[in-house]
Design a protein around this ligand. Structure first.
Ligand SMILES: *Cc1c(COP(=O)(O)O)cnc(C)c1O
Length: 539
C-alpha cells in the first residue's frame, strides 16, 4: 500500500517535474472544469443522442436552400389550415372592431344560433367520439338558469360569496367520497383536467423542493398518459421521463417504470384509463412503488371520471385504482366529462393536506395586499362552480349509476362488435369507454377517412397508427352503436378488396408525420394549425 502511494507520488512529480507552479495550477483548473462540463453534458435528462439530433437539424435548417424550402412548405400548411377554417364558417360576417351601437338581444340570439350551428359533424346524433359527453335539454336548462343566478360570483372573495365557496367544497367532498377518500382528503375545483394535472405537478414539485431539497425534478409518466403531463413539465420545469408500454396490453412497462425512478423523482403517474387506448395501468403496482420509495402517486381519472367512479356499484369489474390503493396520493377527476357538468370544471383531490397546501400560491409582499390563490386563476367563475354543483345534485347517485350502465353497456356492445370484424383488431383490453383499433392488413387511417366521409368523427392515434372511439351518452341512443358497427364492417370489407392501397389526402400527411425525424417541423405545422382559428379574413 505504502509502495503504491510512493509510486503514484513519483509518477505525478515526474509528469509535472519541469513545470512552473502557475502552470500546474492552470492545468489542474482546466482539467477540473472540463470534467465538470463533461459530467453535466452527459448527465442531462435528455439523452446525448437526442440533443445531438436536435443540434444537427438546427444546423441543417440554417442552410439557405433548406431554409427556403421548409418555409415554403410550412407556409403552405398555414394557408391550407386558414382556408379550412374560413370554409367551415362560410356565410358568417367577421367583426374587426366593436359595433358602433350595441346590437339588440334578438339580433345577438340570432347571431349566436348561426355561429353554434356551424360544423360538419352531427354530434347530437352520436357521430362524434368523446367531445360532448351528454346532452339533455333538461340538464342544459338547469345549468343555464343556475349559471345565470351565479354568473357574477367569484370564490376569490369568500367573505362576499361564502355560499359559492361552500358549493366548491361540497363538490370536492362528494368526489372524495366517491373515490374512497377519508376525512383527511382535500382538494379544489379547477377549470379542467389539464389544470388539475398541472396543479398536482406543481404541488409535488414544491413539496419535493421543500421536504427533500430536490431542485432538478423529474416525473415518471407512462407514454400513454395525457399530453397535459408534458405540458405541466414544460410550464413547471419538471423533466418528463416517458416510459414505454407493453405493446400487447398498452399498460406501462413496470420494469422500465421502476428503473426510471431516481433521487430526483417527485411523482409517479398512472392513468385510469389513458386517453389513446382506454386501457388502465397497474395502479396497485405503481402505488407499491410510490409507498416503497416514498414518492407521491397521481392517478389520472380525468377521462374515467364518474363512469370509473360508479363502475363497481353498477356491477362491472374494475381493477383497484382510487384511494383504496396504498400509495395513491392524488386523483384528477373531470366533472365536465362523465359528470355532465358544463365545460370548464374538474376536480383535483389529495390524501393529505400537506400536498394540497403546496398547490396554493402565496405572495406575501405585494402592495395590493397579502395575496393567496388556491388554483391557477385569480378570479374564478363562481357560475361554473354553482352549475357543476347543481348538475351533480340533479343526477344524484341514481342518475350517475344509470348513465354509467347505459354507457358501459354500449361500450361493450361496440367492443364485441369490433372484435368480430376481420381485418382489424381491438388494442389491449378497454377498461371503461374508449375502444382503440388497429390493423395488420391495411393502413388504418383509410378506415377513419372512409368513416369521416359518411359523418363519423373518430380520434387518430400515432406510434403506432390507430383510431379510437370514446363512447359517451350520445352513443347510447337507439341504433347509434349498431349503425357505427355496420358502417365500420361495410367499410373494412370495401378496403379489404384492395388492402395494399396507401392512404390519401390529409391523413396521408398525418401518417407521414410519424416518420419525420425532425419533430420540430411537426411542431411548426402544429403551431400553424393552432393559429388558424384566430385568423380573421376581410369580409
Ligand atoms: C381529457 C383528459 C385529460 C385533460 O382534460 P382537459 O379537460 O381536456 O384539460 C386528462 N387526462 C385524460 C386521460 C383525458 O382524457
Amino acid at each position: 500500500m505504502e509502495n503504491c502511494a510512493k509510486v503514484l507520488t513519483k509518477g505525478i512529480n515526474n509528469a509535472f517535474g519541469n513545470r512552473e507552479p502557475w502552470q500546474i495550477m492552470t492545468i489542474t483548473a482546466i482539467n477540473v472544469l472540463t470534467t465538470v462540463w463533461l459530467w453535466n453534458f452527459i448527465n442531462q435528462d435528455e439523452s446525448v443522442y437526442r440533443r445531438t439530433k436536435k443540434y444537427f437539424f438546427r444546423l441543417l435548417k440554417k442552410l439557405p436552400m433548406v431554409k427556403a424550402r421548409i418555409q415554403k412548405e410550412i407556409g403552405s400548411t398555414r394557408d391550407e389550415f386558414r382556408k379550412d377554417m374560413v370554409k367551415r364558417c362560410d356565410g358568417l360576417v367577421y367583426s374587426h372592431k366593436l359595433p358602433e351601437k350595441g346590437f339588440s338581444k334578438e339580433e345577438i340570439f340570432a347571431l349566436v344560433d348561426q355561429h353554434i350551428q356551424k360544423g360538419n359533424y352531427d354530434w347530437q346524433d352520436g357521430r362524434v367520439s368523446g367531445t360532448v359527453y351528454g346532452y339533455d335539454p333538461d340538464v342544459v336548462d338547469l345549468i343555464t338558469k343556475v349559471y345565470g343566478k351565479a354568473s357574477y360570483t367569484n370564490p376569490l372573495h369568500p367573505d362576499i360569496f361564502p355560499g359559492i365557496c361552500k358549493m366548491e367544497a361540497e363538490v370536492v367532498k362528494m368526489i372524495s367520497t366517491l373515490f374512497n377518500g377519508d376525512e383527511n382528503t382535500s382538494g379544489t375545483m379547477t377549470t379542467g383536467g389539464t389544470e388539475s394535472i398541472l396543479l398536482a405537478c406543481k404541488a409535488y414539485r414544491d413539496y419535493a423542493r421543500e421536504v427533500k431539497g430536490i431542485t432538478k425534478p423529474n416525473m415518471i409518466v407512462p407514454k400513454s398518459a395525457h399530453a397535459a403531463f408534458d405540458k405541466a413539465g414544460q410550464f413547471l420545469g419538471i423533466h418528463v421521463r416517458s416510459i414505454k408500454l407493453n405493446p400487447k396490453t398498452t399498460e406501462v412497462d413496470l420494469t422500465a417504470f421502476k428503473n426510471a425512478i431516481n433521487s430526483n423523482t417527485i411523482m409517479l403517474v398512472g392513468s385510469a384509463p389513458n386517453f389513446p387506448y382506454g386501457t388502465m395501468d397497474d395502479i396497485e403496482e405503481i402505488g407499491k412503488l410510490g409507498a416503497y420509495y416514498n414518492i407521491p402517486v397521481h392517478v389520472d381519472a380525468c377521462l374515467g371520471s364518474f363512469v370509473i367512479g360508479y363502475m363497481k356499484k353498477a356491477g362491472y369489474y374494475v381493477r383497484p385504482f382510487d384511494f383504496s390503493v396504498k400509495g395513491v396520493t392524488s386523483i384528477s377527476v373531470d366533472t365536465h366529462k362523465y359528470g355532465f357538468a358544463p365545460k370548464g370544471s374538474s376536480v383535483i383531490i389529495y390524501t393529505e393536506e400537506k400536498f394540497r397546501d403546496h398547490q396554493f400560491t402565496v405572495t406575501t409582499d405585494w402592495p395590493g395586499g397579502v395575496y393567496g390563490s388556491p388554483t391557477v386563476n385569480g378570479s374564478r367563475a363562481g357560475g361554473i362552480i354553482a352549475a357543476c354543483w347543481a348538475t351533480m345534485m340533479m343526477f344524484g347517485e341514481e342518475g350517475y349509476l344509470e348513465a354509467t350502465k347505459r354507457i358501459l353497456d354500449t361500450s361493450r356492445f361496440i367492443e364485441d362488435g369490433l372484435r368480430k370484424i376481420k381485418g382489424i383488431h381491438v388494442i389491449g383490453k378497454p377498461a371503461t369507454t374508449v375502444i382503440a383499433i388497429g390493423s395488420e392488413v391495411f393502413e388504418i387511417f383509410r378506415l377513419s377517412d372512409a368513416l369521416s366521409k359518411i359523418g363519423w368523427s373518430l380520434n387518430i392515434l400515432q406510434f403506432p397508427s390507430g383510431i379510437h372511439i370514446c363512447v359517451t351518452d350520445m352513443h347510447t341512443k337507439n341504433g347509434v352503436a349498431a349503425k357505427f358497427l355496420a358502417d365500420t364492417a361495410a367499410n373494412v370489407a370495401e378496403i379489404l378488396k384492395d388492402p395494399g392501397r396507401p392512404v390519401e389526402g390529409k391523413l396521408a400527411i398525418y401518417g407521414a408525420a410519424q416518420t419525420i425525424s425532425d419533430r420540430s417541423l411537426v411542431g411548426d405545422v402544429t403551431r400553424n394549425f393552432l393559429s388558424a382559428p384566430y385568423y380573421i379574413p376581410e369580409n
